[in-house]
Design a protein around this ligand. Structure first.
Ligand code: HEC
Length: 171
């Protein structure tokens, strides 16, 4: 009985060894760096991640401008309007910024959590919710009523947070 058992276990062990040889390197750890892999849209994984981070930075900056102005004793409406117009513009293609393969497993530094691709429909619905809220924020800003801008800003901020809480790494 004993020799038979050994014979059956060996291939499994060999398979395991092969697996770990593929994904690990004794000196540098995981070697599954896919940052230079080209995506369907022609960008590399690294370029896609850096592009979306740059866009999100612009959105964050516009958002901060609105926040600062709403806190000011006499808010500058022109600044609010310009920033409110920038958010939906910069976020227009956001639905395309997170193709499969652009998570942290790529080896590129990103705060995008892997669960994005486990529930992509929910993630995408949160993108759309933000875009809808940002469009209303822009309309409110054009209307010039600071109270209405403040309300729309709060709603939009809630849509940013709803996504970040679930899909972005805490910093
Ligand atoms: C549907 C999800 C989602 C929504 C909605 C969303 N974000 Fe994000 N945001 C992310 C993810 C994921 C990251 C991390 C991206 C990365 O590191 O690759 C991020 C990163 C950021 C960053 C950091 C960018 C950097 O790399 O420096 C800022 C700033 C930001 N978001 C602002 C906003 C603002 C402001 C809103 C709302 C107007 C918003 N986000 C809405 C998912 C979202």
């Amino acid at each position: 009985m004993k020799p038979r058992k050994t014979h059956m276990i060996l291939p499994a062990i060999a398979g395991l060894a092969l697996l770990s040889a593929c994904s690990q390197n004794a000196d540098t750890g995981p070697v599954s760096d896919t940052s230079d892999v080209e995506l369907a849209n022609g960008l590399t994984v690294k370029e896609q991640i850096e592009t979306r981070q740059a866009q999100l930075k612009k959105i964050g900056k516009a958002f901060k401008t609105i926040s600062d102005q709403l806190r000011a004793s006499s808010p500058d409406l022109a600044q609010i309007q310009a920033a409110a117009a920038a958010v939906p513009t910069e976020a227009a293609n956001m639905i395309d910024w997170f193709p499969e393969g652009t998570g942290p497993d790529s080896g590129v530094e990103t705060e995008a959590l892997p669960i994005i691709w486990e529930d992509k429909d929910d993630f995408d619905s949160k993108v759309v919710a933000m875009q809808d809220a940002a469009a209303k924020l822009e309309t409110a800003a054009q209307g010039g009523d600071v109270e209405a801008v403040a309300a729309a800003f709060k709603t939009t901020g809630g849509t940013c947070k709803a996504c970040h809480d679930k899909y972005r790494l805490d910093d």
